[in-house]
Design a binder for this molecule. Structure first.
Ligand code: ZN
Length: 131
């Protein structure tokens, strides 16, 4: 398994981790299989979406802030329930096929770490599965 760290930049912030995942595939010389990209945190998540236009993830961040309000009367004493809920909505992992040594992302697809309680240092695991 490959592990790398991501220093996130804001309370709600999205980081493009595509190059790190591609590097993990290259470093392990895997030709066919899949990459499981997993985030071991309860207030962050992993998603795949458009990376060509950076405005897309800015819109996603803005929408998530509206979808999960901060000023609701939550019970969790730590005060970060919106981050926990956003993490559940995003999910903690993504799986991408590998063929011919290449990560088979679509033309516009990138892999993102979604921070909901930052800024922090986050860990990302990439588990490569050979077929
Ligand atoms: Zn908490």
């Amino acid at each position: 398994m490959t592990t790398f760290s991501v220093k996130t930049s804001g309370t709600v912030a999205t980081t493009d981790i595509t190059e790190s995942v591609i590097q993990a595939v290259a470093d392990n010389d895997i030709q066919d299989g899949a990459a499981l990209i997993y985030c071991p945190h309860t207030t962050a998540g992993i998603f795949i979406n458009e990376g060509a236009d950076p405005d897309v993830v800015i819109d996603v961040e803005a929408f998530m802030k509206e979808l999960v309000p901060r000023n609701r009367p939550y019970r969790h004493a730590e005060g970060n329930s919106p981050a926990h809920i956003s993490s559940i909505l995003t999910g903690n992992s993504a799986m991408v096929p590998i063929s011919g040594g290449k990560l088979m992302l679509g033309r516009w697809q990138h892999v993102f770490l979604a921070e909901f309680d930052g800024p922090r240092n986050r860990q990302v695991y990439v588990q490569l599965l050979r077929s």
